[in-house]
Design a protein around this ligand. Structure first.
Ligand SMILES: NC(=O)c1ccc[n+]([C@@H]2O[C@H](COP(=O)([O-])OP(=O)(O)OC[C@H]3O[C@@H](n4cnc5c(N)ncnc54)[C@H](O)[C@@H]3O)[C@@H](O)[C@H]2O)c1
Length: 334
């Protein structure tokens, strides 16, 4: 589905984090719906370097981009020389900033602040220099322990990742007051869908449970999983929000979720129904009691009015749309 009617002929779009989950989906959206736009992707790609928690430092993977016909640059957003050359060599009309340490369990506070916060300011300066509209990824993790429904202005981050995204929003607001360019921060809630597989253990529980079920392993849920609720949002609705954020009614920070809280139990039940495999579930004690988000539910009323955003995928619809890709990954990648 095409979300705006604008003619993007002659426009140049930069997508940072373009080899990652959301960035690569954006790249293919433009390729399919606005083939006249020039799309440039910047990503550090994976190198094998890991963080202290054992996860990769960056998850970008070439397989997310098979079939992409635009330009790809391997580089680090922390590299000021690279950003200066981008400023000199291109003229961007839109910047979608998705690059980040996206791992919510990462412990390296220095790297997190440098990459997520400080490099973002440099990219905002690039956007201002080019007169480009900026759309960037914030996160529902800014809310941490805040009660539902999570509303912009009531944040309580519980980890350095959530803190870094909140600091991005603070910087963005400062730039918004100058009024030079349009800036939209999108606080994604729990995203799932095609091209997340290469996030490994940090991919959504939808694909992880899907593969457990396909390999006939009984899905393990935390005790009380019917009461652990999250706002799970399908990638297609994330793309919708990004595209509509290209020309918002007003710059600002907006939640992107469905506005509905669903359980991990529901994910497993819908998956088993769609995959036509019934293994039941096994329940294990939750080791995270006290430090776990038990109920997330985005307040999306301002997003509906400010961006004309209207989520189209309930959890049932998103999982149904995703299941053929979950099967393909199981057969070809696992
Ligand atoms: N997926 C979700 O559920 C979710 C939820 C809230 C917010 N977000 C945010 O959305 C954005 C995209 O997330 P995603 O799920 O696609 O994650 P992802 O890890 O798949 O994508 C991030 C990309 O950024 C790249 N990257 C990392 N460090 C870089 C650097 N220094 N220079 C250049 N590139 C770098 C990675 O290689 C990766 O391809 C991130 O900012 C993330 O924090 C995601």
């Amino acid at each position: 589905m095409r979300y705006i009617d604008d003619d993007l002929t002659g426009k140049t779009i930069l997508i940072t984090g373009g080899a990652g989950f959301i960035g690569s989906n954006l790249a293919f959206y433009f390729q399919a719906k606005h083939p006249d736009a020039k799309v440039v992707l910047l990503d550090s790609f994976r190198s094998g370097e890991t963080l202290s928690n054992g996860n990769l430092k960056s998850f970008g993977h070439f397989k997310n981009l098979i079939g992409f016909s635009g330009e790809v640059i391997s580089g680090d957003i922390n590299d000021k020389t690279l950003l200066a050359s981008l400023q000199a060599d291109y003229r961007f009309d839109y910047i979608f900033h998705e690059a980040a340490i996206s791992d919510t369990t990462a412990l390296e506070q220095d790297l997190m602040i440098q990459t997520n916060v400080n490099a973002f300011k440099d990219l905002l300066d690039l956007a201002v220099a080019h007169g480009a509209n900026m759309v960037y990824a914030s996160s529902g993790a800014t809310y941490g322990a805040a009660s539902s429904p999570q509303t912009v202005g009531r944040e309580a981050p519980q980890n350095v990742y959530g803190f870094s995204k909140l600091m991005m929003d603070n910087i963005a607001r400062d730039y918004m007051t100058r009024g030079q360019i349009s800036i939209v921060g999108l606080r994604y809630f729990n995203v799932y869908g095609p091209r997340e597989f290469f996030k490994n253990k940090t991919a959504s529980m939808v694909v992880q449970f899907g593969h457990q079920v396909l390999s006939k392993k009984v899905p393990k849920l935390f005790e009380g999983s019917d009461a652990i609720l999250r706002d799970f949002i399908y990638i297609e609705d994330i793309i919708q929000a990004n595209i509509k954020a290209m020309r918002p009614k007003a710059s600002g920070v907006y939640n992107v979720g469905t506005g509905k809280a669903r359980s991990f139990q529901a994910i497993v039940d819908i998956l088993q129904k769609e995959l036509e495999i019934d293994l039941g579930c096994e329940y294990i004690p939750n080791p995270y009691v006290g430090s776990y988000q038990f109920h997330t539910e985005a307040d999306i009323e301002p997003t509906k009015s400010g961006l004309d955003y209207a989520p189209r995928f309930e959890l049932e619809d998103g999982i149904k749309a995703y299941v053929p890709e979950i099967r393909r990954l199981f057969e070809e990648e696992l």
